[in-house]
Design a protein around this ligand. Structure first.
Ligand code: HEC
Length: 110
């Protein structure tokens, strides 16, 4: 390994913990999402059609949406209030939990 390669290897290794952190902890997320279950269900299968299903949704989509509700770039009378109470770690963990669940329907490949 030459000097550039080893520098790159060190740089890559130092990125891995950051990725692991942003991945969130699904087990923590399951507990932290207790308040969400009333509408979105424990596994993300919502209790009524007016509440979106979250199970099996992409993790990045879920976390971006929650950051957007929290900072006001997406607004909803119900969700803005719930997101306001979440820390960054809560958002990552809850997103990991719902993303790890099975979606209620699978998108068909064409
Ligand atoms: C009282 C019912 C209720 C509770 C409790 C609730 N939500 Fe929601 N949630 C909604 C509604 C209604 C929407 C749709 C908002 C909209 O139309 O923008 C929504 C939307 C969302 C979305 C966006 C879904 C999408 O497809 O864009 C996410 C993510 C979400 N909620 C996560 C959570 C989390 C995490 C919690 C717990 C901290 C929570 N919700 C608690 C009612 C609820």
């Amino acid at each position: 390994m030459n000097r550039i390669q080893s520098t790159l290897a060190v740089a890559l290794l130092s990125i891995i913990p950051a990725i692991a952190f942003s991945a969130g902890n699904a087990a923590e997320g399951k507990n932290k999402s207790a308040v969400c279950h009333a509408c979105h269900g424990e596994t993300g299968k919502s209790v009524q059609p007016i509440y979106p299903n979250l199970g099996g949704q992409h993790q990045d989509y879920l976390s971006k949406t929650l950051y957007d509700f929290r900072d006001g770039s997406r607004q909803n009378a119900i969700m803005s209030g719930f997101a306001a109470n979440l820390t960054d770690a809560d958002i990552e963990d809850i997103s990991a939990w719902y993303a790890s669940q099975q979606g209620v329907t699978e998108i068909q490949d064409k």
